[in-house]
Design a protein around this ligand. Structure first.
Ligand SMILES: [Zn+2]
Ligand SMILES: [Zn+2]
Length: 124
């Protein structure tokens, strides 16, 4: 499936945000998607691919939310199961309060605007 786009506008302050979900069709394996990862995560994933047997890999842009600030983030997240029992899943942190982000499971309308903090986001 190609990357899905999500355009969000705040009804309160009118700021716009653009989110992406998933990964490109040509990134059909974790090896091909590795350039999307940054810093330490990319180094760790390269090392896992080289030295271990990958059982299952999930990766792609995803919507995450800070449980404290309620603001949305759009990191390229990765989860790799390897060697039958091992799990590699780096955490993402909120840039404002350093809380570990959780996966956003509700509709965007239920989360706060990054600019004004109001919960008046709408997809457009
Ligand atoms: Zn706003
Ligand atoms: Zn936060």
């Amino acid at each position: 499936m190609p990357i899905q786009s999500l355009n969000i506008q705040c009804q309160h302050c009118h700021s716009k945000e653009h989110f992406k979900i998933g990964h490109d069709d040509d990134q059909d394996s974790i090896e091909k998607a590795i350039d999307q990862l940054h810093g330490k995560t990319q180094i760790q994933v390269r090392s896992i691919i080289k030295k271990h047997t990958i059982d299952h890999a999930e990766y792609g842009f995803a919507l995450f939310v800070c449980p404290e600030c309620q603001i949305l983030y759009n990191p390229f997240s990765v989860k790799i199961e390897y060697d039958s029992i091992m799990l590699f899943q780096p955490f993402h942190k909120c840039a404002r309060c350093n809380t570990t982000l959780i996966k956003a499971t509700e509709a965007v309308e239920n989360y706060a605007c990054k600019q004004c903090g109001e919960k008046q986001l709408r997809s457009c």
